[in-house]
Design a binder for this molecule. Structure first.
Ligand SMILES: Cc1cc2nc3c(=O)[nH]c(=O)nc-3n(C[C@H](O)[C@H](O)[C@H](O)COP(=O)(O)O)c2cc1C
Length: 360
């Protein structure tokens, strides 16, 4: 046998790199292995045929960038202020129900992950810990997501609790006047497992079905009923964005609920431009849905978002490694965004503008 055939084989990248987590998507298969198939489907699934769910990610891939060169990028700074709260980067944690399905420390681990990454979490009203427990545990700004209750008295009761617990803002989700039809959950006859419940409410499954179809009058009433800024989440048109801004919404979150509700609506990034134009600087605009790369964040900011919110990848990190996993997902996105900003010749958040968008 000649000498060269007995030489050591070239290093196997799997072995030389003991850490396979490079992108946030790398956490998905790990989470999938750790979760029950039903819990995975609940987190991962979307409405109907999941057209919008897929579109949310695909739409980012279509958008191309116009980088500038020979820019002084020595001082790259990702920090920003979102509706009065300073964060280390324009990447926030989206409100998602039942973190307890992913990890025994549930929302406590997620809020710790947000602290480690120096950013903020929007806590779902359908959390598996009470909003008071989560607020007591946090170390930075925290916003509370809310659905309208079955009546104004019930809503007001929650608003009082949110104010007393010390949250900085209410994020009112308006895109769910009825439950979505998540095909996977229907096939699985999904029910929350014992031990996971909507802790803010009395009985176990109440929040899965109790939906209240509110109207613009209710939004106006809420804005006038609380001392906290009210942000409106789940807007996809310029018309609705303009009306919400007119009523005094503190921010608009362009979102299709991660493709979990009405199927076939626009990818949220495809609705961002018309919302930004309609709002015309009257309030901040945020965007969520399909953010998986730093370049996705850069694109959303270039189109006019003040910050983005990340959903499912946070749950993957939480399932895999608790607070550390949440923080790591955020750090991966931070590093990717930083690198993309430098490569694009946009070293600070203020340098990111629509001229960065090349085409769709
Ligand atoms: C498992 C899960 C639960 C969610 N629960 C809520 C919720 O309670 N309230 C809400 O406003 N949005 C909820 N959302 C939507 C997210 O806030 C966000 O809009 C969406 O996940 C962003 O898309 P992404 O997962 O592709 O990042 C949920 C999303 C998921 C995946």
């Amino acid at each position: 046998m000649s000498n060269w055939t007995t030489q050591a084989p070239p290093p196997d990248p799997e072995v030389t790199n003991p850490d396979p987590i490079i992108t946030v998507d790398d956490y998905a298969p790990i989470a999938r292995r750790l979760l029950t198939p039903e819990a995975w489907d609940y987190y991962d699934g979307g409405g109907g045929d999941e057209i919008t769910l897929r579109a949310n990610c695909e739409a980012y891939r279509r958008i191309k960038l116009r980088p500038r060169v020979l820019v002084d990028i020595a001082n790259c700074d990702l920090s920003t202020v979102v509706s009065g709260s300073r964060v280390s980067m324009p990447i926030l944690i989206a409100p998602m129900a039942y973190h307890g399905l992913a990890h025994s420390e549930a929302e406590m681990a997620s809020v710790e992950g947000a602290r480690l990454a120096q950013t903020l979490m929007v806590s779902s009203i359908n959390s598996s810990r009470t909003l008071e427990q989560i607020a007591a545990y946090r170390h930075g700004p925290l916003w509370q997501q809310l659905y309208f209750g079955p009546d104004r008295a019930a809503t007001l009761n929650l608003v009082g609790r949110i104010e007393r617990a010390g949250y900085q803002a209410i994020v009112l989700t308006v895109d769910r006047p009825v439950s979505g039809m998540r095909t996977r959950d229907l096939r699985n006859r999904f029910k929350l497992p014992t031990g996971v419940r909507a802790a803010n409410f009395g009985d176990a499954d109440r929040s899965l079905d109790a939906i209240c179809a509110a109207t613009w009058e209710d939004l106006s009433w809420l804005i006038n009923s609380t001392t906290l800024p009210v942000m409106v989440k789940g807007i996809l048109t310029g018309e609705d964005a303009s009306r919400a801004a007119e009523m005094g919404a503190a921010a608009i979150m362009v979102s299709n609920h991660g493709g979990r509700l009405l199927d076939s609506v626009n990818a949220s990034i495809d609705s961002l431009k018309e919302v930004v134009l309609a709002v015309s600087g009257r309030c901040d605009v945020y965007c969520d849905g399909g953010i998986r790369r730093g370049t996705d964040v850069l694109k959303a900011l270039a189109i006019g978002a003040k910050a983005v919110l990340v959903g499912r990848p946070i749950l993957w990190g939480l399932a895999a490694e608790g607070a550390q996993g949440v923080a790591r997902v955020l750090e991966i996105l931070r590093q990717e965004l930083r690198q993309a900003m430098m490569l694009a010749g946009r070293p600070t958040i203020n340098d990111i503008d629509p001229s960065l968008i090349g085409g769709f």
